[in-house]
Design a binder for this molecule. Structure first.
Ligand SMILES: CC(=O)N[C@H]1[C@@H](O[C@@H]2[C@H](O)[C@H](O)[C@@H](O)[C@H](O)[C@H]2O)O[C@H](CO)[C@@H](O)[C@@H]1O
Ligand code: ZN
Length: 313
């Protein structure tokens, strides 16, 4: 059973027999509702608009999240414990804003629970994603791979970008599912990433700003995430979809308060706005690239289904 947008698949790209016929198929594996938007929202919107089949798999409902909407604080895990259900609705709305119509929860809504931040007692909840059996969870993701047959898989790096247990587990499950997929394994696997050069440019640009998202950070290496530019393989320019990403950010209101650094980025004077997202290539051949670093401009670059339209379309 799927709820909300999960029951709606892109009819135009699913044949009468139910198989997915879009030429380009990309699958993204995220830990919580909001990660899809924060890390890959513009990329998803760009490929959905270009006619690719975008499949989002979210591993938990985000039950342990904070609540930045005062009138909803009663939904918190330690109170009514209804935040997970509410975040399904937020995710529905974010999918709609991004044009993503194929969304699933890993193993179905509620199968795995948000583990909370690393080291908290919630990590030990029997349904915590952090406690999931790797092969059981990977098998559930493999079912989606067998159905969708994506050429491109996107997830996090081994540290989950910033060390959250559900992000680390999402990485492990996605990579294990890829290993189990054999001949059906996606040709390219990317990990979300933030180049240090973009972080440094942001620090410089916001240094004199009243709402500096980097306030208190003296050195880019002190940030809990970021990687050398040399490890980046792709820079996806989806500037045209920055507004769609901002709309998706807005609907994740329980997690992303109006004071969030993400809103500061929306007005980023460096132009490195919400609409530019970077990736490391973990598996597969790097396709042709451009610019000083030779970064790909399309995650399907080098595959026989690469975008024919100019980058950013
Ligand atoms: C972006 C992301 O992964 N968010 C997670 C994360 O949220 C953090 C958590 O609430 C923490 O207590 C805050 O200090 C921090 O600012 C938040 O980013 O962890 C939550 C609990 O596992 C999760 O629900 C949320 O989606
Ligand atoms: Zn997350």
């Amino acid at each position: 059973m799927r709820v909300g947008c999960h029951a709606v698949r892109t009819v135009a790209r699913v044949s009468a027999a139910g198989e997915i016929t879009a030429a380009q198929r990309i699958m993204l594996v995220h830990a919580h509702p909001d990660d899809e938007t924060i890390g890959t929202g513009a990329t998803m919107a760009r490929y959905a608009a270009a006619g690719a089949h975008v499949t989002l798999v979210t591993c938990t409902l985000g039950e342990e999240g904070e609540i930045h909407v005062p009138e909803l604080t009663g939904l918190a895990a330690g109170a009514a414990d209804q935040l997970g259900g509410y975040r399904i609705a937020e995710l529905d709305a974010a999918c709609a804003a991004l044009g993503v119509t194929d969304h699933r929860f890993l193993g179905g809504a509620g199968r795995f629970r948000d583990s909370g931040m690393m080291g908290l007692p919630t990590n030990d909840h029997p349904r915590a994603f952090w406690q999931a059996d790797l092969d059981v969870a990977a098998g559930l993701l493999l079912d989606v791979i067998r159905e969708v047959r994506p050429q491109v898989l996107v997830t996090y790096d081994p540290n989950g970008l910033y060390g959250h247990p559900d992000h680390i587990q999402a990485h492990r499950v996605a990579m294990r599912a890829h290993q189990l997929a054999g001949d059906l394994a996606p040709a390219k696997v990317y990990w979300t990433a933030v180049p240090r050069s973009a972080l440094a440019a942001g620090m410089e640009a916001f240094a004199r700003s009243s709402d500096n998202p980097f306030a208190g950070i003296d050195n880019v290496d002190d940030l809990p995430f970021g990687c050398p530019d040399s490890e980046i393989a792709a820079r996806i320019d989806a500037e045209k979809f920055a507004e769609a990403k901002l709309a998706a950010i807005r609907v994740h209101a329980t997690q992303i308060p109006p004071t969030s650094w993400l809103y500061s980025l929306a007005g980023d004077p460096t132009g490195q706005s919400l609409g530019v997202e970077h990736y490391r290539l973990a598996m597969g051949e790097k396709g042709p690239g451009n610019g000083p670093n030779g970064w790909e401009e399309d995650l399907f670059a080098g595959l026989d289904v690469a975008m024919t339209s100019p980058a950013g379309a």
